[in-house]
Design a protein around this ligand. Structure first.
Ligand SMILES: [Zn+2]
Length: 269
């Protein structure tokens, strides 16, 4: 059974002591690909994830300026970003978006978000979205600046309700479900995970953060994507094998990998 972790921070310092062992554990439980998110500590270190992708054949990367790092943007930041997108293992721009939870002013987040959508559109690449306490503004900007491109948009760590999921799905976006899906209080997220079409969902860890049950409270790692997969399969009432197959195929299709969608004989859905 193959799984994909569509969002992890393999460059994070929390993995410094055992990064290779962590990656090996993920491979051992069937994680076929890991998408390492390339926001690092913000500019100028945007190649953080590319370095991970260069080391492991099954690790791919994104590049982007996280909304909480936009104050570090310098004159050459966007030029560097566009340049890094030419690396053969860079699959998306992200995570980008809006985050009103912390102190970064809206006035600098908004233009940085729009600019990165433009860079992604020029490169014909999908985007990975981070949105926190900023739902309305994020969706308004995506509707205006991204939806018309017809390119892919993945809502990372989808934590909204069914109505918000519907809004994203209607715009043609994909939803990535992570550890939050396993949290007792996240009934609304589970409802979203139940109603989303099988060709629009992906799995992620956001490791080392947002650890799924039963490891909640510990450091998260890509191998734990299996726990979220089990939770989402149960919520949707499908066998784990099916959920794994669907989410892996969705990842491959979305990010432009050769897709293996063949189904075992006798399985219909
Ligand atoms: Zn992240």
């Amino acid at each position: 059974m193959d799984f994909v972790d569509s969002h992890c921070h393999l460059d994070d310092r929390k993995f410094d002591g055992d990064r290779d062992a962590t990656i090996a554990r993920a491979r051992a439980v069937g994680v076929k690909y890991m998408l390492s998110i390339g926001t690092g500590d913000g500019p100028p270190g945007l190649e953080a994830a590319v370095r991970m992708a260069d080391r492991f054949p099954f690790v791919y990367a994104t590049v982007g300026v996280h909304p909480n790092d936009v104050s570090k943007i310098a004159e050459n930041t966007f030029e560097n970003l566009a340049e890094l997108l030419r690396h053969p293992k860079v699959k998306a721009v992200g995570e980008i978006g809006l985050d009103y939870h912390w102190d970064t002013p809206k006035e600098i987040q908004t233009p940085a978000f729009i600019k990165q959508m433009q860079i992604a559109a020029e490169a014909k690449m999908p985007i990975v979205i981070h949105t926190r306490d900023a739902w309305r503004d994020t969706l308004d900007l995506l509707r205006e600046h991204w939806a018309p491109t017809g390119l892919g948009c993945l809502m990372h760590c989808f934590s909204g309700d069914a109505e918000q999921a519907r809004e994203c799905l209607d715009l043609g976006f994909h939803l990535a479900f992570g550890g939050v899906t396993t949290y007792p209080k996240a009934a609304e997220v589970r409802e979203a995970a139940r109603m989303a079409p099988s060709d629009r969902i992906m799995l992620e860890t956001d490791s080392p953060y947002l650890t799924p049950v039963p490891h909640r409270g510990q450091r998260n790692e890509p191998a734990y994507v299996v726990h979220t997969a089990k939770a989402v399969a149960e919520i949707r009432g499908v066998p784990l094998e099916q959920l794994a197959r669907e989410t892996t195929a969705n990842f491959e299709r979305f990010f432009g990998f050769p897709v293996q969608e063949s189904q075992p004989p006798g399985v219909t859905h």
